[in-house]
Write a protein that binds this ligand. Structure first.
Ligand code: ACO
Length: 372
């Protein structure tokens, strides 16, 4: 019987020049650049360009590119209509998944997935989420502004007010940090879909579906729920012990690849200190300390550390996003990586089609329906 790598852990299924994760040393590289440098100095637009073209843009390239991507901030009327008719009970990520599908259909995304498709999807997703959020609050959508950055315009369309430089930069840093991350579940999904020679819209809709689960992108709002439920530092120990005693997971900790601290968590912790209320930040710090101690005591061999989601929650909350827009905002960033992977997959494509070991019964005799 073939050896099965459950969850494909450690199985290499693609070459990529997009991002490299060194799980032992806690390093993340995009196209050769350390994530710490990009987080400190680059805009989201520069990082998207880097992922799609393999090099950082010069000033002229960046100006042309940002102008072009900003054109897609205005949604086709059919997409706004789709958002309008979805029931109020729909989850934001369901709305995003559906509206992205409608957007790709409205723009007639036929043919080979391209950087234009990548720009269109990336440019449109903040508008989709902001339109949805405004409509559900009974407010008219705010038309996008082409003179604002990607991050700033997203906050502007949500609130109708141009955000402070500090708030926009905090969100932008989050978007830079989460734009790509190797062959995570949603990126793999996008590559599988691309490998069938399907279109860019389908690949991104599939990726959004994969991101939705709490083991992948669904954790940051759950982190916030956890911090609120704990309420104050002195409750942390008992609360977290109870979670582990029930055999449940502490949200915001653990990672398939990192065996040390996630470098994104380090940047986000510093950012959270600047963006969140001091009492809330102190609570998060304390909960992190206790959780790490308990996890290391109970599962020393697992080397479980803080993951990107833990402080994402504090940062996204700090910039004023509603809790249920945290995971869609992750998608708004990761779409840069998803689309880059689709383009990369098609440069040297082979249908991704693994095997399964059959473990079911054999040689059963078929029994006609009325005799069962
Ligand atoms: N809390 C408690 N125990 C944990 C945690 C956690 N956060 N993370 C891992 N473990 C334990 C598991 O119970 C398991 O123990 P066992 O072998 O005794 O059963 C062991 O560590 C290994 O866990 P796996 O699920 O096999 O590890 P995997 O690599 O599949 O998991 C994952 C990674 C899914 C992120 C996991 O750590 C987890 O569930 N974390 C909590 C949810 C979370 O924070 N999700 C966001 C992930 S980041 C992202 O996707 C962007």
């Amino acid at each position: 019987m073939a050896q099965i790598a459950k969850g494909l852990e450690g199985v290499v299924v693609a070459d990529t020049a997009l991002s490299h994760i060194d799980g032992e040393r806690g390093r993340l590289i995009y196209c050769g650049y350390d994530i710490g440098d990009l987080a400190a100095h680059a805009t989201f637009e520069e990082v998207a360009y880097l992922l799609w073209h393999g090099h950082l843009p010069n000033r002229a390239e960046l100006a042309e590119f940002t102008g072009e991507m900003a054109r897609y901030r205005t949604l086709p009327p059919a997409v706004v209509e789709v958002i309008r008719v979805l029931p109020d009970s729909a989850e934001p990520l369901e709305v995003l998944r559906t509206a992205v599908s409608a957007f790709a259909a409205a723009l007639d995304f036929k043919g080979h997935p391209s950087v234009t498709h990548a720009m269109a999807l990336t440019g449109s997703m903040p508008s989709i989420m902001a339109t949805f959020d405004r409509l559900r609050r009974g407010l008219p959508p705010v038309p996008p502004r082409a003179d604002l950055s990607h991050a700033s315009n997203y906050l502007y369309m949500l609130t109708g007010e141009v955000p402070s430089e500090q708030r926009a930069r905090a969100l932008e840093t989050y978007l830079v940090l989460t734009a790509d991350h190797g062959l995570n579940a949603s990126t793999f999904t996008a590559r599988v879909i691309a490998s069938t020679l399907s279109d860019m819209g389908s690949a991104i809709v599939g990726a959004i579906g994969a991101l939705k689960g709490p083991l992948h992108g669904g954790a940051p709002a759950l982190v916030l729920d956890m911090l609120r439920a704990i309420g104050k530092p002195e409750n942390a120990e008992a609360w977290l012990k109870a979670v582990l005693d029930r055999g449940e997971r502490i949200m915001g900790f653990g990672h398939r690849v990192y065996r040390t601290e996630d470098p994104r968590a380090r940047v986000l912790r510093a950012l959270a200190e600047r963006t969140s209320e001091i009492e809330f930040f102190k609570l998060a710090l304390h909960v992190e300390d206790v959780a790490l101690r308990l996890l290391h005591e109970r599962k020393p061999e697992r080397r479980i550390y803080t993951n990107v989601e833990f402080y994402s929650a504090a940062v996204l909350h700090g910039v004023g996003l509603p809790d249920d827009l945290f995971t869609p905002t992750f998608a708004i960033s990761r779409v840069a990586g998803w689309t880059a992977h689709v383009i990369e997959q098609l440069k040297d494509n082979r249908l991704i089609r693994p095997d399964a070991e059959y473990v079911g019964p054999m040689n059963l005799t078929f029994v006609p329906l009325d005799q069962r």
